[in-house]
Write a protein that binds this ligand. Structure first.
Ligand SMILES: Nc1nc2c(c(=O)[nH]1)N[C@H]1C(S)=C(S)[C@@H](COP(=O)(O)OP(=O)(O)OC[C@H]3O[C@@H](n4cnc5c(N)ncnc54)[C@H](O)[C@@H]3O)O[C@H]1N2
Ligand code: MOO
Length: 408
């Protein structure tokens, strides 16, 4: 059976970045840029006042207390009609272009205006350039400000707006469909009859996807019946990623792998040496024009199995489709108590943060939670993530550092 690491490597090998598309700035936030972006002008485009006050010639005001003749007012958005002469000052507002001849701004708080003249109060020296941001000090026309591959953080969205890129080429957000399967399931607003349970996986997995900026399409419960399943899968295969929950292990109604393969989805692997989540199925659908084949994850029906499958495999695949650099989604954490691990599977144990990271860079401490297994939705609801215990028989000691897969 594949190890978790081998399975993850196969997932990342199969996933390729989506072809670039054009997006407006609101949709582009959080996506990866697919073009280089040059400056369309100097920034600021003129010598700019940084304070409300008076534009002056610094050399005029070195003599303490000498009054300057008030020669007009420049608001932001206006341009001074003429140059500032010797011995003159112009009232100026933050963001306004400096008049020619002026080289400094005196804050209004440091001045007194009376009878058409301005004085410094108390008298002080004024240095050239004071409270002025020179033209092109932020960037210059033609400078490369952003590059293909940059993640569009909020300030980068602001920068795109500043250079007039109201639309931009990006690696688009992957589309994701969720198909819950199982005759035993009823929707959350129904009361389950004998032998039946509510479909909690679809809402949970959709919530993980929404938390990552996606807009998942959640299908209705597909019955364990080949024709129904085939129809549900056909719709799911229109998305970049399809999550099917349930029906992937050895039961007589575990029809999902065969149904996927009959729709042209090539199996990459089935089963991973992990607990929970061992029966995980992964494959790749037929190509869709310029878009790569749908990545299909057959997540085991048990809620914690599906959740761990998402965090460990689907999340990194979504990152790859969105053109993000590979990131280890696990972090180091310190065990708050001893624990025992045995067997040949990687165990993902629900765990809660017990104390924050230490000042000396010591990782956060985690406490393993009691859990009755992969159907324990309450343990998952109390967890901040999963401690990752590698295969092998051993005792992990309190204070030992292990990997932690945060719930996000
Ligand atoms: N003979 C074997 N039996 C099982 C094996 C195995 O290797 N050999 N693996 C076990 C493991 S581990 C898991 S995990 C489950 C996975 O089974 P399936 O993916 O086929 O899932 P189902 O049988 O459909 O469901 C399992 C369990 O989860 C509940 N479930 C299903 N869907 C939902 C949902 N949407 N919301 C909430 N709960 C759901 C379902 O009712 C079952 O209780 O197989 C073991 N068996
Ligand atoms: O994963 Mo099964 O994943 O142990 O219930």
């Amino acid at each position: 059976m594949l190890s978790v690491e081998e399975a993850l490597a196969l997932v990342l090998e199969t996933a390729t970045p989506l072809p670039p598309a054009t997006a407006g700035l609101a949709e582009a936030a959080g996506l990866v840029l697919a073009e280089d972006v040059p400056a369309d002008a100097d920034q600021p485009p003129f010598d700019k006042a940084l304070m409300d006050g008076y534009a002056v010639r610094a050399s005029d005001v070195v003599e303490a207390g000498r009054p300057l003749r008030l020669a007009g007012t420049i608001h932001a958005g206006e341009v001074a009609a003429g140059a500032l002469g010797p011995g003159e000052a112009a009232a100026i507002m933050t963001g306004a272009p400096m008049p020619a001849g002026a080289d400094a701004v005196v804050m209004v708080e440091h001045s007194e205006e009376r009878d058409g003249a301005v004085r410094l109060r108390p008298p002080r020296a004024v240095a050239p350039g004071q409270n002025v941001l020179g033209r092109g000090r932020v960037y210059r026309l033609g400078d490369r400000l952003l590059a293909a591959g940059d993640l569009l953080t909020p300030p980068r969205i602001g920068l795109l707006a500043a250079v007039g890129h109201a639309k931009v080429r990006v690696v688009p957000r992957p589309t994701l469909a969720i198909v819950p399967t199982g005759d035993e399931l009823v929707e959350p607003d129904q009361v389950p009859g004998p032998g039946r349970i509510r479909n909690s996986n679809a809402a949970m997995l959709a919530a993980v996807a929404i938390g990552r900026g996606l807009a998942p399409r959640v299908g209705p419960i597909a019955a364990d019946e080949p024709a129904v399943l085939a129809q549900a899968l056909a719709e799911g295969l229109e998305s970049d990623v399809l999550l099917v929950t349930g029906g992937v292990s050895a039961g007589r109604k575990d029809l999902v792998p065969a149904a996927l393969e009959s729709r042209g989805v090539r199996q990459v692997f089935h089963k991973v040496a992990m607990k929970p989540g061992k029966p995980l199925w992964f494959g790749s659908g037929p190509g869709r024009g310029d878009r790569p084949g749908t990545l299909v994850f057959g997540l085991p029906g048990n809620p914690l199995s599906g959740l761990v499958g998402f965090l460990r495999f689907v999340g990194p695949a979504l990152g790859r489709l969105a053109g993000r650099p590979e990131a280890d989604e696990t972090v180091p954490a310190r065990l708050a108590a001893d624990c025992t691990q045995h067997g040949d599977l990687t165990h993902f144990r629900p765990a809660a943060l017990a104390s924050p990271p230490g000042e000396a860079g010591e990782p956060a401490a985690i406490e393993l939670l009691d859990s009755v297994g992969s159907a324990d939705v309450l343990a998952a609801a109390r967890a901040d993530g999963f401690a990752v215990l590698p295969p092998g028989d051993r005792v992990f000691r309190r204070g030992e550092i292990v990997r932690f897969l945060p719930l996000r």
